[in-house]
Design a protein around this ligand. Structure first.
Ligand SMILES: Nc1nc2c(c(=O)[nH]1)N=C([C@H](O)[C@H](O)COP(=O)(O)OP(=O)(O)OP(=O)(O)O)CN2
Ligand SMILES: [Zn+2]
Length: 110
């Protein structure tokens, strides 16, 4: 089994729609650290699980320096973002989305 790990920093803005009052309902920014884990039993014809630059294209190039609420059609919590990122990338099984030193969400397939 092969595993590749791609880490990216995404600087962007978002606001959250919440069922309670929160400062996070206001538009604000993060430098998200996003870590994508992919694995495969066999390498593809190019000798890769997945090209690191294709992961970057699927994530960073869509989200970086954007208002994430205008890109993603759901409430952009770290958990929802992690699931969406995982679903964008064939062979991905786990995504960590770190909003700050103290706040991290992980989505992992069963
Ligand atoms: N489970 C989640 N909780 C929160 C999320 C989330 O995505 N998942 N997101 C937010 C907001 O994005 C908010 O920006 C986080 O604010 P922050 O100031 O970083 O968080 P804290 O209030 O916990 O402050 P610390 O000083 O970092 O502890 C909120 N919650
Ligand atoms: Zn936030």
């Amino acid at each position: 089994m092969y595993t590749v790990i791609k880490r990216m920093e995404v600087s962007a803005a978002h606001s959250l729609n919440l069922s309670y009052q929160s400062k996070c309902e206001n538009l604000h920014g993060h430098n998200w650290i996003i870590t994508v884990y992919c694995r495969a039993k066999e390498l593809n014809a190019d000798g890769m699980v997945v090209d690191f630059s294709h992961i970057k294209q699927a994530v960073k190039e869509k989200l970086d320096h954007r208002n994430i609420n205008e890109v993603l059609p759901f409430n952009p919590t770290a958990e929802n973002m992690a699931r969406w990122i995982c679903n964008q990338i064939p062979t991905c099984f786990k995504v960590e989305v770190q909003e700050s030193e103290s706040n991290i969400a992980i989505y992992e397939e069963d």
